[in-house]
Design a protein around this ligand. Structure first.
Ligand SMILES: *Cc1c(COP(=O)(O)O)cnc(C)c1O
Ligand code: SF4
Length: 340
């Protein structure tokens, strides 16, 4: 007889890793042999939006390198405390929709559901940094009301589970959410937006795979990978069963100054994504969120970089270079000159 506790112990494995994530600047820097690099400004930035990074993601960083592109995405810096004009706490003007939990319906046919505010990692450039109650989950009654709205709105054919990170939810919770969604007859597609497999490949456990395999809706997974070094062997291995299930794997990246704003890095990213079975989908211009101004790449530089990518990559490995403009009917493609 299989002991009843077996599946939940398996689930616990990634949850334990999540619970043991670095949440102190000093610990991360000493793990990376960078203790001498601690600066006073880090404490203020950490206080504003606390550091969080899994041990797995930290293990992909180069020891002794304060400019490591993976470290730079998570390390609080004094520069975040500068108040740059044009950078706000609510760059997408949807604070009202985010502070409650629920549904963002901006584009035709698809809705984005904020299932949880929790993430496995705190990316310094994230718009979430200014939202309160960041670790809360949608409550059962809020969920029932969302499901009711979706039953009534027959124009919606795709649901995107987002957050926070939807894969930070326990499998049991996810299973319930997905079962409720697949009972809505006019829904056809289920999309999951997640960075969790990148920072914790063990999250793609067999229970989650079973949930996705059993789902009536056509599922896809959109990962968030910014730099080729984030594509670990562990991630590639963990994605294999999803590929066998025929679940399309896509990637969205954020264009970040000093991290991935060089053409050779973007080209390597696209090529290595493809080798891991992932297609590049979007390359996002940064949301103008306060505290992230030092990551911004201006539009002209972004367009020049994109032109170089276009000249080197096959069309199917070119992500769409986009920005999110409040009120637009879709992501907005940046104008890029084709003839160079
Ligand atoms: C980005 C986003 C989507 C997804 O857009 P696609 O172009 O379909 O990938 C959906 N809803 C909201 C609110 C979004 O911000
Ligand atoms: S994983 Fe995504 S939602 Fe979470 S902190 Fe990073 S950018 Fe924000």
């Amino acid at each position: 007889m299989i002991p009843l506790s077996a599946p939940s112990m398996k689930t616990d494995h990634w949850q334990q890793q999540l619970a043991g994530a670095f949440n102190c600047v000093e610990d991360l820097l000493s793990f990376l042999d960078l203790k001498a690099c601690q600066e006073p400004g880090m404490a203020a930035a950490d206080n504003d939006f606390s550091i969080r990074v899994t041990h797995f993601f930290a293990s992909l960083m180069e020891k002794g390198n304060i400019d490591d592109p993976l470290l730079r995405q998570v390390l609080p810096l004094g520069a975040e405390m500068e108040n740059t004009p044009g950078f706000s706490t609510d760059p997408l003007s949807d604070q009202s929709a985010h502070t409650g939990y629920g549904m963002l319906h901006k584009y035709h046919g698809r809705v984005l559901l904020i299932t949880t505010g929790a993430c496995a990692i705190n990316c310094r450039y994230c718009f979430r940094r200014h939202f309160p109650y960041a670790d809360n989950q949608v409550t059962p009654s809020q969920w029932q009301s969302l499901v009711g709205q979706l039953h009534r709105d027959r124009t919606v054919s795709e649901v995107i589970l987002s957050g926070g990170d939807p894969l930070s939810l326990a499998n049991g919770r996810l299973h319930t959410l997905i079962e409720d969604l697949q009972d809505i007859p006019h829904l056809r597609r289920l999309r999951i937006h997640s960075r969790l497999p990148v920072v914790l490949p063990d999250r793609l456990d067999s229970t989650l795979l079973d949930i996705l395999a059993d789902c009536r809706l056509s599922a896809s997974l959109v990962l968030h990978i910014n730099h080729p070094r984030e594509i670990s062997t562990e991630l590639t291995q963990a994605l294999l069963p999803l590929r066998h299930l025929g679940i399309p794997l896509l990637n969205q990246a954020v264009l970040l100054k000093g991290i991935n704003d060089r053409a050779h890095i973007q080209i390597a990213l696209s090529e290595e994504l493809f080798e891991a079975g992932i297609l590049p989908y979007y390359l996002h211009q940064l949301d103008l969120v306060r505290g992230a101004a030092h990551f911004a790449v201006d539009d002209q530089e972004a367009a020049a970089l994109y032109t170089l990518m276009q000249a080197r990559l096959p069309g199917y490995l070119l992500p769409r270079l986009v920005r999110e403009i409040p009120g637009a009917q879709s992501k907005t493609t940046l104008p890029v000159s084709q003839n160079r």
